[in-house]
Design a protein around this ligand. Structure first.
Ligand code: F6P
Length: 470
């Protein structure tokens, strides 16, 4: 059973005015949805809007158990503590985290609601896999209610070093919450080490390497499991006739330029969209790229739109794109073709196929699945990936053109180098990255995590039955 802040589908108003469901945004759902659909599991989560309790339902073989949140809880738990406190704190304080006691109270209340509901619907001895920073108290709350369960937790975003984490007034409660799991998974080794060190220093438990020894004899393991994508699914889509046709259409609509550069991100201040567009515009201004034969396509998916820092970011990017296009564009030839919208997988695959250079420049990112999706779609071993060294993906894809997003001149030089690279060089790099993404897809990631979890608690020998929905 998965317990995640969001259900894999959001409750939305359809164009005809009725209520319906639409796939929810973000890397977590992209990664876990295929795994869960093929395992016919249950998924406990929030449908994405404030409102009353909805009944569980089955969607394409997956049992969905909606958790309600009031308008105030959306403000204080989701927009507040999750995305105004934890998100910036865990991403190297790229923005300033805010600490409010009422936000914390709401975080505790909503985590308890998730734990209670999971405890109600999980079968005897079930394996429960809790996801991400919004639910860090759930592991211990759930263990208190249901000690028979096997509990795993995975953090999709970075886990910060002690110097930053210790700013959090509720640091000990968060660590103790996570210690309710048998296995705590992180994207990178460094994050697992940060966690174990903090547990030793702040909670005072004995630790050895990746294991924490609790006073009651239980152990908790903290290990890195770098997340991945549905590599085959993306490659198949990319190879399809309809995607190939759409990619040709996209290039034609852009005026069949010599070079298409591409950025696709949730509109988030951690993604480094601003310095990326500045770097590219300076390359145009300096004469290295010509608007007549090059264009930068930037897709920014709307996200957390009521949070102040996200509103400011949107205005900043709107203004920057306007200024760059106003200063450097020509009639019918923008420097940046900017879209503030989300696209289905088919269109994403077509964009990946249409792009000569993919530019991924986060200041900090747990993994970055867009970088992996681009590589999965480049079955021709062509295309260049420019990637921030501060994205988790850079750990596995060393053959990308790596950049430091804080260093605009360095970023300019590297984008130019990627653009001027010869076929052989691009193919050498792309082949190596493709091997990584093909050998390590999301199914393997999930299997590795679940196998480790099973091995950790061999005393739980009962078969895992499908969840009982009440
Ligand atoms: O992958 C990180 C993450 O925060 C997920 O937990 C989340 O589902 C996704 O990004 C999208 O964010 P949100 O749910 O706030 O729209």
């Amino acid at each position: 059973m998965i317990v995640a802040n969001r259900l894999p589908v959001d409750r939305v108003k359809l164009p005809d005015g009725t209520l319906g469901w639409r796939k929810s945004p973000g890397g977590l759902v992209t990664a876990l949805e295929p795994v869960m659909r093929s395992n016919q599991g249950a998924w406990v989560g929030w449908p994405g809007t404030a409102g009353e309790e909805a009944d569980p339902f089955v969607d394409d073989g997956l049992s969905l158990v909606p958790i309600a949140m009031s308008e105030q809880e959306v403000r204080e738990f989701y927009e507040g503590f999750s995305n105004g406190t934890l998100w910036p704190l865990y991403h190297d304080v790229v923005a300033k985290p805010e600490f409010h006691r009422e936000w914390w109270d709401s975080y505790v209340t909503v985590n308890r609601r998730f734990a209670n509901r999971a405890a109600e619907v999980a079968s005897e001895g079930a394996t429960v896999w809790i996801q991400d920073y919004q639910l860090q108290l759930v592991p211990q709350m759930l263990r208190d209610l249901r000690p028979d369960l096997r509990i795993g937790f995975f953090l999709h975003i970075p886990f910060p070093p002690g110097e930053l984490f210790q700013q959090l007034p509720w640091r000990r409660q968060i660590l103790e919450g996570l210690l309710g799991a048998d296995l705590v998974g992180f994207q990178l080794n460094g994050a697992a080490q940060n966690f174990v060190r903090l547990v030793r220093q702040r909670v005072g438990h004995k630790t050895h390497r990746d294991t924490v020894y609790l006073p009651d004899g239980r152990t908790v393991q903290a290990t890195a499991f770098p997340i991945s994508i549905d590599t085959n699914g993306f490659e198949e889509l990319a190879r399809s006739q309809s995607v190939a046709e759409r990619a040709t259409q996209i290039r034609a609509a852009l005026g069949n330029p010599k070079r298409v550069l591409l950025g696709i991100d949730r509109l988030d201040y951690t993604k480094g969209i601003y310095p990326r567009l500045r770097a590219y515009s300076e390359l145009v201004k300096d004469g290295h790229f010509d608007v007549n034969d090059s264009v930068f396509v930037q897709v920014a998916t709307p996200s957390r739109e009521r949070v102040e820092q996200y509103r400011v970011l949107r205005d900043d990017i709107d203004r920057l794109v306007g200024r760059i296009n106003g200063d450097l564009g020509r009639i019918g030839k923008p420097v940046i073709s900017y879209m503030h919208s989300s696209f289905p997988r088919h269109e994403m695959a077509a964009l990946y196929r249409a792009a000569d250079i993919m530019v991924v420049t986060p200041f900090r990112d747990g993994m970055n699945l867009v970088a992996k999706e681009y590589v999965a779609c480049r079955f021709d071993n062509d295309g260049a990936l420019v990637l921030s060294e501060f994205a988790g993906a850079a750990n596995e894809m060393r053959q990308a053109w790596l950049i430091n997003p804080y260093d605009i001149n360095g970023m300019k030089a590297t984008i130019l180098e990627a653009a001027q690279s010869d076929d052989k060089e691009r193919s050498r790099r792309m082949k190596a990255m493709r091997k990584t993404v093909i050998d390590n897809d999301v199914a393997k990631w999930a299997n590795k995590f679940l196998e480790s979890l099973t091995q950790l608690r061999p005393n739980h020998t009962k078969p895992v039955r499908p969840a009982r929905l009440s």
